[in-house]
Design a protein around this ligand. Structure first.
Ligand SMILES: [Fe+2]
Length: 187
């Protein structure tokens, strides 16, 4: 990790300012990318407890900041070896930074017309292994799945424009063509 001192509190202050004055999502994401990376790689927030994960869920959601109205959400996600998350959207924009270990992201495009509740057809559109210091920025509506193909728990730093349990986001099964709510267990 770096010796750069950029505290989580400083990051949250910058996050509040940028989101209050930047309403174009593309501009917002480009401003947040370097700051999220700087915060993610700072030692300020790091703790062994962020490696705790929920065995049923396959990963751990360690809340670093939840705005009182849930409009900003910063979490450390620990991915158990060989586990991951099903295809999902976030219901808001997202920025993810690799902190410890590789995480394979698979990107999906939705190809149906959204007219049938509970039905969604997806097509794989790409993949990227997110390594330490890599930054992924997702506009609202982007769909990805994640898998930790390494043999130990990995860790990444995530920033969202809304608490994910209040964003109305979905998980998808690309084989069964289903769309379901996706609620996180947090710790
Ligand atoms: Fe995600």
């Amino acid at each position: 990790m770096t010796t750069d001192i950029y505290t989580l509190q400083q990051f949250v202050t910058d996050l509040r300012q940028i989101t209050s004055e930047t309403h174009d999502e593309k501009a917002l994401l480009s401003k947040l990318r370097p700051l999220a990376k700087r915060a993610a790689l700072s030692d300020d927030w790091r703790s062994e407890r962020h490696y705790r994960a929920d065995a049923d869920q396959g990963f751990g959601v360690n809340v670093l900041h939840d705005e009182p109205d849930h409009s900003l959400f910063v979490i450390a996600v620990s991915w158990l070896a060989g586990r991951g998350a099903p295809a999902h959207d976030h219901g808001t924009w997202a920025v993810v930074v690799g902190v410890d270990g590789p995480e394979k992201n698979i990107f999906w495009e939705r190809t149906d017309d959204h007219s049938s509740p509970g039905y969604a057809k997806l097509r794989k559109s790409g993949e990227k292994v997110c390594e330490v210091g890599d930054v992924l920025a997702f506009p609202a509506g982007a769909i990805h799945s994640v898998i930790n193909e390494s043999d130990r728990t990995s860790l990444s730093f995530h920033v969202y424009g809304r608490h994910l349990n209040y964003s109305g986001r979905s998980q998808y099964d690309p084989e069964k063509n289903t769309e379901l709510p996706f609620i996180l267990k947090t710790q």
